[in-house]
Write a protein that binds this ligand. Structure first.
Ligand SMILES: NC(=O)c1ccc[n+]([C@@H]2O[C@H](COP(=O)([O-])OP(=O)(O)OC[C@H]3O[C@@H](n4cnc5c(N)ncnc54)[C@H](OP(=O)(O)O)[C@@H]3O)[C@@H](O)[C@H]2O)c1
Length: 276
C-alpha cells in the first residue's frame, strides 16, 4: 500500500504512520523538522526491524504553500500511484499568527494546504487500488464557517478558529465524497477522541494537565485512522465521520452540501488567486 500523509511526526499520526509502515506500507510524509523525522525513523526501525515497509520524509511545511507544492511534486517523481491520502496534521493556536503566505495559520495549515495537496495528488490517487482520502476532523466542529473572515482577524479566538477548521475538514469530506464517488475514491473523516499529544502545547498548564489527565494514549487515538486506512472501501461509508471505528452522527450544519460546495469554491479561489 502506498500512502501520503501529513501529521506523521507527532501524536496519534506518528503512531498511525509507524503501524501502517510496520505492517508493510510505503508511506511518504510531510516533514518540516529533520530531528522529528530522524526520531520517527529510529522508533520505526526499533519497533519493526524486519518490516519491508518504509517511512519516507518529504520536506514541506503546511504554513508555506510553495513548499507544499514542491513536496507534492517530489512525491509525484517517486511514485506514479498512491492508494491513500491521510490529512492528519493540525494545529490549535492560542493567539493570531499569520503565515508567510499572509493567511491565518490555522486556516492554512489545517484546511487550505490540504486542498492544495488534493489538487496536486488526485491523479496519482486515482491510479491507486481502492483509493481513499482520510481526514482527521474532531468532535469539536460545532458552529459554522465564517466565510467573511475565516482567519478571525476582526477578533481572534483560537477555540473558534480550531473548531471551524475541523468543521471545514468535515464539509470537505462530504463534498469530496460526493464528487469523487463516481471515480472510485472513498472519502471519510475521523475523530480520534481526546488524546494526550502536543496539540495543546501552547495552551498553558491547565490544558496540558487536561490532555494528560483525560486524554487517551496516542496508540489508542490512532486506532480508527489505522482501521480506515486498512479497510476495503466497500466496508466503509463515503462521507462519514468515524469515531472508535464506527460512524457517528454530527451537527446538522456539517451535512450541508451547499455550504460544503461554497467552502470548496472559496478555497479553490484562494489557491487560484495565488497561481496555485
Ligand atoms: N489530541 C486530541 O485530543 C485531538 C482531538 C481531536 C482531533 N485531533 C486532531 O488530530 C490531529 C493530530 O493531532 P495531535 O493531537 O496528534 O497533535 P500533535 O502531536 O501536535 O501533532 C500534530 C501534527 O501536525 C503536524 N503539523 C503541525 N503544523 C504543521 C505544519 N505547518 N506543517 C506540517 N506539519 C504540521 C505536526 O508536525 P511537527 O511534528 O513538525 O510539529 C504533527 O505531526 C490534528 O488534526 C488534530 O486536530 C486531536
Amino acid at each position: 500500500m502506498r500512502i501520503f500523509m501529513t501529521g506523521a511526526t507527532s501524536g496519534l499520526g506518528k503512531e498511525a504512520a509507524i503501524t501502517l509502515a510496520g505492517e508493510g506500507a510505503q508511506l511518504w510524509y510531510l516533514s518540516r523538522n529533520k530531528e522529528l523525522s530522524d526520531a520517527l525513523s529510529k522508533e520505526f526501525k526499533q519497533r519493526y526491524p524486519d518490516s519491508p515497509g518504509q517511512l519516507i520524509p518529504v520536506k514541506g511545511d503546511l504554513a508555506d504553500l510553495q513548499s507544499v507544492k514542491a513536496a507534492c511534486e517530489a512525491v509525484m517523481k517517486e511514485t506514479d500511484y498512491l492508494d491513500v491520502l491521510i490529512y492528519n496534521a493540525g494545529i490549535w493556536n492560542f493567539s493570531f499568527r499569520e503565515t508567510k503566505d499572509g493567511l491565518e495559520e490555522t486556516w492554512q495549515v489545517n484546511v487550505l494546504s490540504h486542498v492544495l495537496i488534493t489538487n496536486l495528488l488526485i491523479s496519482q490517487l486515482k491510479k491507486g487500488s481502492d483509493p481513499k482520502i482520510l481526514l482527521t476532523a474532531s468532535g469539536l466542529h460545532q458552529g459554522k464557517i465564517y466565510f467573511d473572515d475565516p482567519g478571525f482577524r476582526a477578533s481572534f479566538s483560537g477555540f473558534k478558529s480550531y473548531r471551524q477548521s475541523k468543521l471545514a475538514m468535515m464539509l470537505l469530506t462530504r463534498h469530496w465524497a460526493k464528487v469523487l464517488e463516481g471515480e472510485g475514491v472513498l472519502v471519510c473523516c475521523q475523530h480520534p477522541g481526546l488524546v494526550d499529544t502536543r496539540l495543546g502545547r501552547d495552551a498553558g498548564w491547565f490544558a496540558r494537565w487536561f490532555f494528560k489527565t483525560f486524554g487517551r494514549t496516542p496508540e489508542k487515538g490512532a486506532e480508527t485512522l489505522i482501521y480506515l486506512a486498512q479497510s476495503n472501501s466497500n466496508q466503509l461509508e463515503a462521507g462519514a465521520f468515524y469515531k472508535d471505528k464506527k460512524v457517528h452522527k454530527t451537527t446538522a450544519y456539517s451535512y450541508r452540501l451547499d455550504e460544503a460546495e461554497k467552502l470548496e469554491n472559496t478555497l479553490q479561489k484562494e489557491l487560484a488567486d495565488r497561481g496555485l
